[in-house]
Design a protein around this ligand. Sequence first.
Ligand code: C2E
Ligand code: MG
Ligand code: MG
Ligand code: MG
Length: 299
Amino acid sequence: QAKACGHGNCVSYDINFTNKLRHKNDIEILLKQADFEKDFEVFYQPQFSIPHKKLVGIEALLRWNNLEMGYISPAEFIPIAEEISYINPIGEWVMGKAIRQISIWNEMYDFDLKVGINVSPVQLENKTMIPALADLMRKYAVRPENIDIEITESIAIEGEHKIKQIDTLFEGLGVSISVDDFGTGYSSLSYLKHFPFERIKIAKPLVDAIAYANYDMQIVKSIIQLAKSIGMKTIAEGVETQEQFDILAELGCDEIQGFLLGKPVPADEFEVCYFGQACNKERKKDSKRNVIHILPAYH
Ligand code: C2E
Ligand code: MG
Ligand code: MG
Ligand code: MG
């Protein structure tokens, strides 16, 4: 038995590999057949300032419900879409929805919220991305201050030249750039100082660990201090507990996003929860300044 094990492993590995490949091919085919308006939806997750839990922004997150396969996570299909460059039409579609939405909400409720839009490295290579973004900003009359482009830290692997290029791309538009998933990759911190990123998004794995691992807490502390010293804001991702929130507040983190204060939800639900009267969650609207404070008793 023990001797056959090696072969057994090999066979089961091959089966898994084949299944994976087939699954990937299926996703590829289904993606290309997807009717964006019918099958895709953009969800919005709130972002709050610390310590007052004031709503300052939203992140647009793509959802795909497929008839055959059901819900497929963006963590699974986005990389596949990137591989086949199909992320370009998808990304432009998301941008359109997100920019339209922020325009409506800021206008309707007299807010000044920022919408975070995830942009993958593949999209940055696409020459039509920036003109498309500029067109959408004009079409919906959205100011650049209300748009934040989230680019994952992994882009830094491609070097300073690449980041400089990205920076130049967006500079003319005046939109801000946030570094997504910061602290998970292999990149060095030194690239930060050369570029006027608006925000550093501290990655969920680090946030998860701060409550029980002193080492990770120290890393987050350093990130926050570094960001402050070079004039960048920090936002923690994936905050799920009050304990994490309290530590982040103590460390001077500027903003927070996570299930503790709100999951990504469809636009109509977001509206009810954060702007509407029908919201069953405890909140207080400061009508003078048009901000919503989520009270501590919220969850
Ligand atoms: P991301 O940009 O880092 O987005 C944050 C992810 O963390 C989202 O997952 C969000 O639902 C999840 N999250 C937020 N708070 C919590 C929390 O407290 N606990 C837990 N467990 N999770 C939390 P989601 O929506 O599944 O998206 C996964 C990734 O897919 C995103 O990571 C982003 O990289 C990518 N993605 C999503 N939408 C788009 C898009 O429109 N374009 C591109 N290029 N990428 C997208
Ligand atoms: Mg993001
Ligand atoms: Mg992230
Ligand atoms: Mg990400």
